[in-house]
Design a protein around this ligand. Structure first.
Ligand SMILES: [Zn+2]
Length: 289
């Protein structure tokens, strides 16, 4: 009898956990994933295509002799993106740049690696074993940018800059197109989306703010392609800077928290993972160190 009672309790507990996790997934995670996976291609000009969504935002910059690709998307979006690039590139060599290690920006790398000699650049501060375990061996970058790298793509000059401190992760790359006055920020800047900050990737709120200053000091930016959300003007960077200022203020003064949470209520977020509340508690954790 006792066993039956325990078994009923255990079963009830399992069902409850299942309902909570399932409910959380369907209510909070799935709609955000669907939004993140929706793909929108922008034929920006004759040399530049922006592929927004499908995981992280991407760019395809072409010239007569070379094609440069920023980020290779997430899961099932990787293969169609690779095909899209191949359709544009034809037989021209492709260079891939990964803004950072996260799978929503690197999952398509292995498709590009099928083509012998394809270079895949990533930030030089990552521990290589860490990258391998995090992004999978098949998506391993081939070359590492320690400081910065300049690549000529036809008339366009592209500067790839490794942020020299922890920001979104331990080695985020910024990609700046000089003629276009356009920057690809990876997840160091998001458009109306809460950041995902994790200790595993050494995320640093101070590093984010330093990175905003760095990009504005180093580059003459007119257009921004953030890691997630629509592309647009430098206002995207300003908004994200304000977000961090607000989160920092709320972390220091709990009476500000509710106002701040409602201010960013319409930003894309997943409770506990990437939300204003999660950012506040992450910053509090940083302050306690
Ligand atoms: Zn990321």
């Amino acid at each position: 009898m006792k066993f039956k009672k325990i078994a009923t309790w255990v079963l009830g507990f399992i069902v409850l956990v299942f309902l909570i996790v399932g409910g959380f997934y369907f209510i909070s995670v799935r709609p955000v994933m669907q939004k993140m996976m929706a793909i929108h291609t922008i034929n920006y000009d004759k040399d530049l295509t922006l592929v927004i969504g499908g995981g992280g935002n991407s760019g395809i910059l072409t010239s007569d002799s070379l094609v440069l690709v920023v980020d290779t998307k997430m899961g099932e979006a990787g293969e169609p993106f690779y095909k899209q690039v191949k359709q544009i590139a034809g037989n021209r060599p492709v260079i891939v740049v990964n803004t950072h290690v996260h799978g929503d920006h690197t999952s398509g790398n292995h498709f590009f690696k099928q083509d012998k000699g394809t270079l895949i650049y990533a930030g030089g501060n990552y521990d290589k074993e860490f990258w391998k375990s995090d992004a999978k061996e098949e998506n391993m970058a081939t070359d590492w940018v320690k400081d910065s790298l300049v690549i000529k793509v036809g008339d366009e000059t592209v500067t790839i800059l490794n942020i020299p401190y922890n920001a979104h992760t331990q080695s985020d790359l910024l990609i700046y197109l000089h003629n276009h006055k356009m920057i690809f920020t990876g997840d160091v800047v998001l458009n109306k989306q809460s950041p995902a900050m994790f200790k595993r990737y050494k995320a640093s709120s101070a590093g984010y703010v330093d990175a905003f200053n760095l990009m504005e000091r180093r580059f003459d930016i007119k257009y921004v392609v953030p890691g997630h959300g629509s592309n647009g003007s430098v206002a995207i960077i300003d908004d994200f800077r304000t977000f961090f200022e607000d989160m920092k203020a709320a972390a220091a003064d709990p009476s500000k928290k509710n106002d701040v949470l409602s201010k960013y209520g319409d930003w894309t977020q997943v409770p506990f993972i990437m939300s204003p509340a999660a950012a506040i508690s992450y910053i509090k954790g940083e302050n306690e160190k």
